[in-house]
Design a protein around this ligand. Structure first.
Ligand SMILES: [Zn+2]
Length: 309
């Protein structure tokens, strides 16, 4: 089941042992066989032809750009080291790397749909890492400039020695069912214009279990009391660095009292309506596409699949 979640099949060995050795990281980045994924304003290079793969570069090619390259080590595969690096210092996309016309920069979602699920997993890791590093250049304790350590798995402050680790934000996302109906909502914004409804979602709060977060979010957004909360599968989501935790739950109450501040609408939909929407055949209901974990949570419910825990 988990195999269908885009971004979740990263094949790299993250090299926990190797990344503790700064000399190893330095040398590995300069190996001719090492591969670099340069990100330009979080856009990803993808081959322009039909290969539909990430356009990996060498450190030598990146050095020719005449900008500071800070290699972030992603991991190892088949004896080769994989890195990413931010090249946003370049003024525009039409730079030396693109002269051969063999590849183009795509935004992460478009790129993820073009490349293999394994490469989508790698690009998810690269984007989350570069995004975090770009936003944590200074120590949150003393304000001093921080240094990259462990190939990117940490930033350390040389002034107060505080260690800062890349963060992942847990988000619960839940399909609530009541007999043959399921509860879906429209968060404020674009969803209502497209008539799209999705599973209810929200960030896990501090000092809160996954189950407590699910029950709280459903109560806040829809006023529905639930029980029998089950975890199904998860999906890394690099916008900017979340982990989507997919759940199902059963309704104890059915009267909807929506949060007007967060939600444009919340409704019960029948299994038939949802099945049509999943097939793109419903006039009144759209659900998120297969890139989103919500699609798969809704699909499992619509198919009435037995979940094995
Ligand atoms: Zn500090």
């Amino acid at each position: 089941m988990n195999a269908s979640q885009i971004f979740s099949r990263n094949p790299l060995d993250r090299g926990e042992r190797q990344r503790r050795d700064e000399t190893w990281i330095h040398n590995a980045a300069r190996e001719a066989t090492s591969k670099f994924l340069p990100l330009w304003h979080l856009k990803v290079p993808v081959s322009a032809k039909s290969e539909n793969s990430l356009a990996w570069q060498s450190f030598e090619v990146l050095c020719k750009l005449d900008i500071e390259i800070d290699p972030i080590f992603l991991g190892l595969m088949d004896g080769e080291a994989y890195f990413t690096a931010d090249i946003s210092q370049l003024g525009n996309e039409a730079h030396d790397l693109q002269n051969n016309g063999k590849w183009v920069f795509e935004d992460a979602r478009s790129a993820a749909e073009l490349v293999s699920t394994e490469e989508a997993g790698i690009l998810c890791q690269a984007i989350a890492q570069i995004n975090w590093h770009n936003n944590h250049r200074f120590c949150s304790v003393c304000g001093h400039k921080t240094w990259v350590k462990r190939g990117g798995q940490m930033r350390q402050c040389p002034n107060c020695e505080a260690q800062h680790f890349p963060r992942t934000d847990p988000v619960v996302i839940t399909v609530v069912s009541d007999q043959g109906n399921c509860l879906l909502g429209q968060s404020r914004g674009r969803m209502s214009r497209a008539n799209t409804y999705s599973a209810l979602a929200g960030f896990v709060d501090q000092g809160e279990s996954i189950e407590e977060a699910v029950a709280r979010e459903v109560m806040e957004e829809a006023g529905i009391k639930i029980n029998n909360i089950r975890y199904l599968f998860s999906q890394p989501w690099p916008f900017p660095h979340s982990l989507m935790i997919g759940c199902h739950a059963n309704a104890v109450t059915t009267e909807i009292v929506k949060d007007d501040h967060e939600m444009d609408d919340v409704r019960w939909f029948s299994r038939d309506e949802v099945q049509l929407a999943l097939e793109g055949k419903s006039a009144g209901l759209r659900v998120p596409g297969p890139t989103a974990i919500a699609h798969h949570l809704i699909k499992v419910w619509a198919a009435n699949e037995k979940i094995i825990y």
